[in-house]
Design a binder for this molecule. Structure first.
Ligand SMILES: CC(=O)N[C@H](C=O)[C@@H](O)[C@H](O)[C@H](O)CO
Ligand SMILES: CC(=O)C(=O)O
Length: 315
């Protein structure tokens, strides 16, 4: 068990359990495309064995947008059952309506999650007042800590430093997962929040840059495909080995570019990478595209790239 997880009292100690590499948990389906409990457990076991700090369940990478409420609750339950007390658990509860988000939040709280998180409202472009109210109602629904999720490229909504500051007035708001591309945004959020706030790097392609600009930790959609490399990049930064960190980031980026260049969607490709590692979590739900016949050989090459980088930096 990671040492930080053993202590949780005190304000900055309270945040320590969130420091480190937190993979975004993938949706685990059976061959018919239904949520699969045994496959969810297989992914839990795999990530536990990799010694990651925690998991971010039911976010973008969890394909939450394509699942109904009961399915999302079931996934939160399966993960809690297998990983509670073994690593930090963050539940993403953002849903189109406030009502559904609050219901998911209450469910996650009942399961003993460490924190909640949510994207801003999607589809309609709403004013800051509505976004503030949306997040606040989720936060008020449970005693859990809350992590804002800023991801303008998919939601169309950009969190400002002033709304961030306003939300931080609520002591349950412990930080932000920032997935906008400018690393300066990370620096600005950290400046507003200071030491008592945790900022997570979003874009995996800029993990090293984000950490140097002030991100305390990372939550990412590609970590699960290569946890060893992100754990090592994080360690290089902690050790002040910035040249090594830069080199590993460069190889990670070659791999991410390969993961997003096939016929199948990135998540379908990552799931096939995991499948070939012995962790079968099925494929993706439409409209995300599965892998093509041509992708099969290309995935061999990606696995080779990952293995080569692990051998170069981690062994
Ligand atoms: C837009 C998006 O989904 N961003 C994720 C979260 O920040 C990232 O972790 C990406 O999955 C990753 O950087 C690959 O592009
Ligand atoms: C972090 C990320 O990619 C997610 O929300 O799933």
């Amino acid at each position: 068990m990671p040492k930080q997880y053993e202590h949780q009292e005190g304000s900055s100690l309270r945040l320590e359990k969130f420091h480190g590499i937190i993979p975004a948990f993938y949706a685990c389906y059976d061959d018919q495309g239904n949520i699969s409990e045994p496959r969810t457990k297989a992914l839990c076991d795999y990530l536990l064995e990799k010694k990651v700090q925690g998991v971010y369940v039911g976010g973008s990478s969890g394909e939450c947008i394509y699942q109904n409420l009961d399915e999302r609750k079931a996934i939160l339950g399966y993960v809690a059952e297998h990983l509670k007390g073994k690593m930090t658990l963050i539940a993403h509860v953002g849903a189109p309506s406030t009502r559904d988000s609050v219901e998911l939040a209450k469910h996650a709280a009942s399961l003993g999650y460490d924190a909640l998180s949510a994207i801003p409202p999607i589809y309609f472009k709403l004013p800051d007042s509505a976004v503030y109210k949306y997040w606040s109602e989720i936060i008020d629904a449970t005693p859990l800590d809350f992590i804002i999720y800023n991801i303008p490229q998919t939601t169309g909504y950009t969190l400002t430093t002033s709304l961030f500051a306003k939300l931080l007035a609520n002591p349950k708001v412990i930080g932000v997962k920032n997935s906008s591309m400018p690393t300066m945004d990370i620096e600005r959020f950290k400046k507003v929040g200071g030491d008592n706030v945790i900022v997570f790097n979003g874009p995996d392609e800029q993990f090293v840059a984000g950490r140097i600009m002030g991100a305390d930790a990372g939550i990412g959609g590609t970590y699960g495909a290569m946890p060893e490399l992100f754990l090592q990049a994080n360690q290089f930064i902690q050790q002040g080995k910035f040249e090594e960190a830069k080199l590993i980031q460069s190889e990670i980026n070659d791999i991410i570019i390969a993961l997003v260049s096939l016929d199948g969607s990135m998540y379908a490709v990552i799931k096939e990478v995991l499948n070939r590692r012995g962790v079968n979590i099925g494929s993706v739900r439409g409209p995300l595209e599965g892998i093509s016949n041509e992708d099969a050989g290309r995935i061999d090459k990606i696995i080779h790239m990952i293995d080569k980088s692990i051998a170069r930096f981690c062994e």
